[in-house]
Structures are given as structure tokens and as C-alpha cells.
Design a protein around this ligand. Structure first.
Ligand SMILES: Cc1cc2nc3c(=O)[nH]c(=O)nc-3n(C[C@H](O)[C@H](O)[C@H](O)COP(=O)(O)OP(=O)(O)OC[C@H]3O[C@@H](n4cnc5c(N)ncnc54)[C@H](O)[C@@H]3O)c2cc1C
Length: 220
């Protein structure tokens, strides 16, 4: 898994000879009807808008994140329909890498939960099983390509832990709700790890908004 910031809206509005920050732009747009649009203090404004669910102001700024994950997790990410995406195409390029997964025990009461307490023997068995599937699927996938079979067909031989890369662009509003939902314990751990990494990026880019949301930087 890898998560990397690749773009944030770049404001062109200058106040006191300095470009606004992305958060400053959110506040500037929020104050469209105010005579104090150039006010550079906006902590209270952003907190007020969050508290009163005035979400549209957070749609004035976008952030784009690069995510490297597995084909098991990317469909969950793609469900967040308010974002726009570009994903690595297994129809045009050869699949190369695989994401190893450390298994967890199924929670018998909650289907959306798993517990990290499997015996070492079971964990080792799962690692061997992944390696065996990977070796066989890579061998057959490469043979399929050598036989002239199209990549879009050959990929049917690949497991769900085949690595993929996505670019995910959305507004600050969408990222707030994505982070809230996907850092929750109801989300699969492999996806939660991505959302936690996105959260750290969000906090560094939008510190005033993050503080108003009560988000603190986690130690990694
Ligand atoms: C634990 C879990 C289990 C799931 N299980 C299934 C399943 O079994 N089958 C299945 O098909 N799908 C499942 N999903 C997917 C889920 O139904 C959604 O499709 C997915 O989370 C995308 O959310 P979204 O449609 O809100 O899109 P988003 O793009 O995240 O949000 C759409 C819009 O709504 C806004 N928004 C979201 N939340 C709020 C809020 N609280 N207040 C104000 N605005 C808000 C966003 O800002 C955005 O503008 C699951 C999701 C989770 C988290």
C-alpha cells in the first residue's frame, strides 16, 4: 500500500501580496456575500460551517491522491461516486506486482469485523498459500500473453491481491466524508490503512479544517 499527495487546488487570489492558501480560498468563497471577504482569520468560520453542515463551501477546493493498493480494495474506493478516478488498466499494461496480506480471524458476530489474533501457524499457511497462487497465476498469465492472448483476457488468471494504482480527485467536502467513513472500524483494515494515510495528508494540507473536525495527527 502506498498513498501520496499529487495535487491541491492552487488559489490565484492575492491578499496582502500573498496568494491565499487552499483553506483561505474556501473561506474567501464562503464570504462571497460579506464585506469582509479579505479577512484572513477563518478558524471560527470554518468551524461554524462544519457545525451547521454548510458543506458546499468545502467543494471550492480539490485534492488529488495517488493510491497503490490491491484489486480487492480498489472497487471499495471506486464506490465513492463523488470523486473522479484514473486507474491502471490491465487491458493496456501488464500486471506486475502483488500485495501480500497478513490474515485476520473472522469475527463470528460482526461480518464487517476481523480480529488480529490468528496463530502463527495459520498466518504462515496463508503466506504460503498466497505465494503458491501468485507463482501459478504469474506463470499461467505470462504463458497466456506468450500465446498471444489479449491482456484483457489473460488478466482473468490473476488473483484479487494483484496490485493496482489509482488517482483519486475530489473536493475537500468529499475527502472529509471519505475519511470519516473509511477510518471507521467497520471498514476493512487494508482500506482503513489507506484512509488513515489520506487523513494525515489532509491534516497537513487543511490544518484549520482538520482541527475544527477534531482530527489529530497520528504517530506513525
Ligand atoms: C463499512 C461499509 C460497508 C459497505 N458495504 C457495502 C455492501 O455490502 N455493498 C455495497 O454495494 N456497498 C457497500 N458499501 C459502500 C457504500 O454503500 C457506499 O457506496 C460507499 O461508502 C460510497 O459512499 P457514498 O455513496 O456516500 O460516496 P461519497 O463519494 O463518499 O459521498 C457522496 C457525497 O455525499 C457526501 N456525504 C457523505 N457523507 C456525508 C455526511 N455525513 N454529511 C454530508 N454529506 C455527506 C459527500 O461529501 C459526497 O458529496 C459499504 C461501505 C462501508 C463504509
Amino acid at each position: 500500500m502506498n498513498v501520496r499527495l499529487i495535487a491541491v487546488t492552487h488559489p490565484l487570489v492575492e491578499i496582502q501580496n500573498e496568494n491565499l492558501t487552499p483553506e483561505g480560498l474556501i473561506a474567501y468563497c464562503a464570504r462571497v456575500s460579506s464585506p469582509h471577504q479579505e479577512n484572513l482569520n477563518y478558524e471560527k468560520l470554518l468551524a461554524y460551517c462544519i457545525k451547521n453542515r454548510h458543506w458546499s463551501i468545502f467543494e471550492m477546493v480539490d485534492m488529488t491522491i495517488e493510491i497503490v493498493t490491491s484489486r480487492a480494495i480498489s472497487p471499495q474506493i471506486l464506490r465513492h461516486r463523488s470523486f473522479v478516478f484514473q486507474e491502471f488498466s490491465q487491458r493496456y499494461a501488464k500486471a506486475q506486482n502483488f500485495e501480500a496480506c497478513t490474515p485476520r480471524r473472522q469475527d463470528s458476530k460482526n461480518r464487517q469485523h476481523s480480529i488480529d489474533d490468528l496463530e502463527e501457524e495459520t498466518v504462515a499457511w496463508f503466506a504460503d498459500a498466497q505465494e503458491a497462487i501468485r507463482t501459478l497465476s504469474v506463470e499461467k498469465y505470462n504463458q497466456a500473453l506468450e500465446k498471444g492472448i489479449a491482456k484483457e483476457c489473460a488478466r482473468m488468471l490473476l488473483p484479487l491481491n494483484t496490485q493496482t494504482k489509482l488517482y483519486m480527485k475530489g473536493s475537500v467536502r468529499s475527502w472529509i466524508h471519505y475519511i470519516e467513513v473509511r477510518t471507521d472500524t467497520g471498514t476493512q483494515k487494508e482500506h482503513r490503512d489507506i484512509a488513515e494515510a489520506v487523513k494525515e495528508i489532509f491534516i497537513s494540507q487543511f490544518p484549520v479544517t482538520a482541527a475544527a473536525l477534531g482530527w489529530a495527527q497520528t504517530a506513525r
